[in-house]
Structure formats: structure tokens, C-alpha cells
Design a protein around this ligand. Sequence first.
Ligand code: GLV
Ligand code: GLV
Length: 355
Amino acid sequence: GKYRVVSTKPMPGTRWINLLIQQDCRVEICTEKKTILSVEDILALIGDKCDGVIGQLTEDWGEVLFSALSRAGGKAFSNMAVGYNNVDVNAANKYGVAVGNTPGVLTETTAELAASLSLAAARRIVEADEFMRAGRYDGWLPNLFVGNLLKGQTVGVIGAGRIGSAYARMMVEGFKMNLIYFDLYQSTRLEKFVTAYGEFLKANGEAPVTWRRASSMDEVLREADVISLHPVLDKTTFHLVNKESLKAMKKDAILINCSRGPVIDEAALVDHLRENPMFRVGLDVFEDEPYMKPGLADMKNAIIVPHIASASKWTREGMATLAALNVLGKIKGYPVWSDPNRVEPFLDENVSPPA
Ligand code: GLV
Ligand code: GLV
């Protein structure tokens, strides 16, 4: 291979490797056992000659790494993730390294986890499972694990991009929930979908579903029964859910986060969960990942999973393939396949698994 491409982690499937090998690339996959690589570890991987790197969201891609990659002749970096808050895109631009991410292929998989957490929280599935396994079930009772009915309630979505819109559609269509959403951009497709589904329900003699675009994030937090967070992490969304906004939410609301941990003030959330046993959360991400704030793991009203929202086989293979295409494209002199600077929030992706 003429080009040296490094992947900081083994990734699922073989398609991504084959794509690179077929196009004159030598692929080096880091087999280091520790989960999170340090900047020093990655510097050693880059070495003296490296044309492109596929990296992970656990890594800190800033000045140090992009200047080293540039010195090694590198032109391309792809995060194997849609989020790229771990990447300093300005630093990459400064050193002439193109950056890619992997949107689209993880939209439905991630939305499905947000929906799973919503249902699990509403119906207290994890608590109930623990109860069974502990041998505590000694007969049906009217008050045993009573939860929330979603039908007719309001689902709130903050960040109605690809994932947020997919989640909203699932909850509206699947459970006949009304929608309130906040996004700087209007999601016309989503609004049309809810309107059309509402008309369908009405024509069948059922209560129609409704939608509303909120004028602030707080409005969604205050009014919705189930709230799912899908914004990008930046200064405007850091601790978007904090002590005050938690207080303004319904006492029995359900809060879901499959975006980035720092969107929630996690210490304030732990206090709120302790003081409000009817309030429930489903969390896929944490403020100081991989750590949790003290007390969170003891809360029965919290469901916690280890950042697995995009973890379906098809999606993870797709993310690896897209990351390889990003790097390969740039090496071959094309634009990166997926450039996070090119924001297309309402793209009709229509990505579906191969038959
Ligand atoms: C995962 O968190 C991603 O951003 O793809
Ligand atoms: C519960 O199991 C019921 O039959 O209502």
C-alpha cells in the first residue's frame, strides 16, 4: 500500500478494511488493550508517516494531534461518530487536515435506543426485572410497578435534527403522543408527518395527535411528559438541564439523554432524582464519561446504559465504512464523504439496511 491509514481501534466488519486495501492503503489497527487512548498513545501511532486516521469519540483530537498528523503527511481524519465535540475542527483546518464524521447510518439505531429507554423508564422495566431476579415476586398486586401511559401524553424533543426527528416520529406514530419540539431550524418534514398522522387518526374516529414548535428549550422541559435530548454539545447546550430547569419540569416527567453527557448537570440530576421518586431518567451518556456522578448508580428511578445508542451491527459496520470512505476520499483527492462543516439538518437520509 502506498498510503498508511491508522485506525485507533478495531472496528466491526471487514468492508471498511477492504475498501482501504483495494485503494492502495496499508491499514494499521491499534490493538492496545486499554479502552481510552491518550494523546501520547496516538502520537506514537501516527509516527513519521501517516496519511489518514480513523479515531474515536473518547480521544482528544486537538492542536497536538493535528499538527503531528500534518507533519506525518496526513490529510484526513474521521471520527467514527456523528458527534465531534472531541474534535477541534479549527485546529484541523489550521493544519490542513480534513475532518469527517458518520451521520445518517446511526439515525434510526440511536432513535430506537432513545425510544427503548423511554419505554423502559415509563414502565419501570429495569426495576421490575431486578425485583424478579431477587426472588421478590410473590403474587400480582394492583400497585406493583405502576408506571406511565404514553398514549395521549406529550413527547418533547430538544434538537430536531436527524436523530431527534426520527425519535419524534417513533413516539408520535408508535404511541400516539403529541409533540412539542425545540430547534433553531424548523423541521417542516416532522411537522407535516405529525399533521398527516393526526388527520389519519381523526378519519378513524380517534383523537388526533398534535405538534407545536416551542420558542425555547425551557418551554419543552416545562410542558412535556417525556423529554428526549438530541442537541449537539456546545456552549449553548452545556448544562441545558440544570437545577432550575429540573425544578420547572413535571414531577413525574421522564428525561432521556442519548446525546452528550454535559448537556445535563449530572450532580443536580442526582439530587433531583433523590428528591422526586416519580421523576425518571434514561441515560446513555454521562458528564464525566466513563464515570458517573456519586449516587447516580443507586437511584432506582434511573436507567443507565454505557453509551450504546448507535450499537447495532448494521450501524456500527456502516459507521466504520463511512469513516473509511471519509479518509479514503480525501487521500484520493476528493472532498471527504461526510464533512461536519457542511450542516444539512433536514436531509432526507433514507438510509436503510441492505436487503
Ligand atoms: C456517538 O455518540 C456518536 O456521536 O456517534
Ligand atoms: C393483569 O394481569 C390483568 O389480567 O389485568
